[in-house]
Design a protein around this ligand. Structure first.
Ligand code: UDP
Ligand code: MG
Length: 329
């Protein structure tokens, strides 16, 4: 049964994908039997897969169209340009019509076989959110594990314990939770923080993080840093206070230096001068630049907030187009 918006679609599975041509066949092979099984279990209740093609430049779009021919539940939403993982998720959440929406990565690092368990837990416990929590990340690189450790530690301090540690973007949301998320005016959405912040009743399903089935990570260090900065500035003004404390600290260090220099003068020592002067200037300069940078991050957020530009543009949605329209690659 094809997913008719609203009518009888129990589950939407949102998959952001950027240049995932090599992972796609394996994804379809593992995901489809699981979802067909759920459909049968619920008396043929419909599901849809919302594949959000985040402006891929490889054959992802063409492959999706091919898969769609034999899999009517597959729906393709293509963004005009690469907008990033979180924006692609936003697009998927806005387009999904199911009573429940599961978001999952395209690279099979999150096992699709856990989806029925998530759905069952949500339905039996009347929960709005079910997090996929990674119990074992040995498949990730040591660097990724360590940076993730710091990230979750910091975020739990900012958002509180409601944020489960090691819960990424593999999760189930009820229609109510999705609608609540859609209402938020945030421009730089970081869902792993926004979702716990909503405060809906939630549960967890644990799983082992598998290795990427094919292709390479689309999260280079620069994007990880961006996600970290967005996470912090989106949820806390604490760094601005840190800036103030840094300023106070350097003020006292300078006071000490002045006392020391005056003391040296009084004792008749010639102050060698250059090095201490230079260190002082460098130190103050560094503190000021850090503080300016911090201010810049927040001013940047205000700037994008007042622009109110959408974070993504949908160029094509297979649910809107006649089936015969083929994707241009
Ligand atoms: N992704 C995306 N747009 C991007 C970057 C990534 O839609 O600009 C998708 C990617 O195709 C994958 C998911 O986001 O389905 C997670 O990315 P990835 O697996 O590369 O991240 P990692 O698991 O290495 O953190
Ligand atoms: Mg991955």
């Amino acid at each position: 049964m094809s997913a008719v918006p609203g009518a009888g679609t129990v589950l939407s599975v949102v998959i952001p994908m950027f240049n995932e041509e090599s992972a796609l066949p394996a994804l379809v092979a593992r995901l489809r039997p699981v979802l067909d099984g759920i459909g049968a279990g619920y008396g043929g209740a419909g599901y849809e897969v919302v594949a959000v093609d985040d402006g891929s430049s490889d054959r992802t779009a063409a492959l999706l169209e091919d898969f769609r021919i034999g899999w009517p539940e597959l729906r393709v939403v293509r963004l005009r340009r690469n907008s990033g993982h979180q924006a692609a998720l936003t697009a998927g959440l806005h387009r999904a019509v199911g009573d429940y929406v599961v978001s999952i990565d395209a690279d099979l690092q999150d096992p699709p076989e856990k989806i029925p368990e998530m759905l069952e837990l949500a339905r039996s416990g009347d929960l709005d959110i079910v997090y996929g929590v990674r119990t074992d990340r040995s498949a990730d690189t040591g660097f990724k594990r360590r940076t993730a450790g710091v990230y979750y530690w910091l975020m739990r301090r900012l958002v509180g314990d409601r944020m489960p540690s090691q819960a990424g973007d593999f999760r189930l949301l009820s229609r109510q939770a999705v609608d609540a998320l859609k209402e938020l005016p945030d421009q730089q959405q970081v869902y792993r923080l926004l979702v716990p912040w909503l405060g809906f009743p939630s549960g967890q399903v644990s799983y082992e993080r598998e290795e990427r089935v094919a292709g390479e990570t689309k999260y280079p260090l620069s994007r990880m840093i961006r996600l970290g900065v967005d996470s912090v500035t989106g949820f806390s003004a604490a760094p601005l206070r840190v800036a103030t404390w840094l300023g106070v600290l350097s003020f006292f260090v300078c006071l000490l230096l002045i006392v020391f220099t005056l003391g040296a003068f009084a004792a008749g020592h010639v102050v060698p001068g250059w090095s201490s002067l230079f260190i002082g200037i460098l130190f103050l300069g560094a503190v000021q630049l850090i503080c300016l940078g911090l201010l810049g991050e927040y001013v940047g957020r205000i700037y994008t907030a007042v622009q109110r530009r959408p974070t993504f543009f949908v160029g094509y949605d297979s649910a809107d187009a006649p089936r015969s329209v083929r994707a241009a690659t």
